[in-house]
Write a protein that binds this ligand. Structure first.
Ligand SMILES: [Zn+2]
Ligand SMILES: [Zn+2]
Length: 323
């Protein structure tokens, strides 16, 4: 998610063409079925005059139309969901139906295969101190950084994978907290026999840069496709259970700007694959915007949350009309 105010100074325009690379659209039902993404999707990413990058419609988009889908760059289950969801795609699985590998579950052979990109490294290390640290402090984002670190070590991701995203401003206090997390992350990997040269990227500049981007770009994943039984199983599994099955960072969905009365929303049906859908008719050339927060809050609460959480003051038409 991209704060409206702080965006202009840092983005080289040359990176904008990356957009189509991160779309996972695979079929050709061009506009024929509102539940199938059209290919190519009817959007482009442009630099706006006031809000940095934004996503714009290239043709009229129908209400309810699935604009595109997106696969995450990184995802991770919440601590409470680890025993109930796929370690890769966050789909709800049971120990009976999934493939169990040591402490984690995979929903399918495909996810187990995909996990090799990080799990071969991760499973060699003892994460108990790192997990305990995050659990007592209620931290969820270090898990995404841990996964990215393991992907970099495995060679399936580059250490600058998130650099294109907007970073949050970090206070000195946040950075000193991050140093503790990094220390635990590094020790776990070092103690597993990882060599120094494999961990050269893993310094505080890298870690703080990754966390700064995760902080304002991570989406909290709540599955809309849950059955009632799934929800009961999740709730019964843990007293610390919450509605979110995990968190994930995406590329293209992060380019959508915020609006308190959005024309687009992002949903997750059965796993971490994001679906961007039109909430109303959108004209060609119109900017597509999503709401980063709970739109039902009043104006002051929204302004506070956007300012503290995302670092910008919202000047959307709804806020300007004091609604
Ligand atoms: Zn899966
Ligand atoms: Zn607003």
């Amino acid at each position: 998610m991209l704060p409206l105010r702080f965006t202009q100074r840092r983005f080289p325009q040359t990176k904008l063409f990356l957009t189509s690379y991160f779309l996972s659209t695979t079929n050709n039902h061009r506009g024929s079925n509102l539940n199938q993404p059209s290919s190519p999707p009817p959007i482009k990413v442009l630099l706006t005059e006031t809000a940095g990058r934004g996503v714009f419609a290239t043709r009229t988009i129908q209400p309810g139309e699935l604009i595109h889908t997106a696969k995450p760059i990184i995802s991770h289950p919440s601590i409470a969901s680890t025993d109930n969801v796929c370690y890769v795609c966050l789909k709800i699985v049971t120990k009976q139906s999934g493939f169990q590998a040591q402490e984690v579950l995979f929903c399918s052979e495909e996810c187990r295969e995909q996990a090799k990109g990080f799990y071969e490294v991760e499973k060699e290390a003892d994460w108990s101190a790192f997990v305990a640290h995050c659990r007592t402090r209620g931290l969820k984002y270090p898990f995404l950084a841990k996964r990215l670190a393991c992907m970099v070590i495995s060679g399936v991701a580059s250490s600058d994978s998130l650099d294109i995203l907007q970073p949050a401003h970090l206070s000195a206090e946040m950075i000193s907290q991050m140093k503790e997390e990094l220390c635990l992350l590094r020790s776990a990997l070092e103690d597993s026999g990882m060599k120094d040269e494999q961990l050269t990227f893993l310094n505080i500049e890298w870690y703080a840069g990754v966390l700064a981007r995760i902080r304002i770009n991570a989406f909290r994943i709540e599955l809309a496709g849950n059955t009632y039984e799934d929800l009961l199983a999740l709730a019964a599994a843990s007293v610390e259970s919450e509605a979110a099955v995990g968190n994930a960072v995406y590329m293209l969905p992060s380019f959508y700007n915020h609006d308190c009365d959005p024309n687009t929303h992002i949903i997750w049906v059965e796993n971490v694959e994001a679906r961007l859908k039109a909430l109303r008719e959108i004209e060609a050339g119109e900017e597509l915007r999503i709401c980063y927060i709970d739109a039902s809050m009043d104006r002051d609460a929204r302004q506070n949350l956007l300012s503290n959480g995302f670092g910008f003051q919202c000047n959307c038409p709804r806020c300007m009309s004091n609604d």
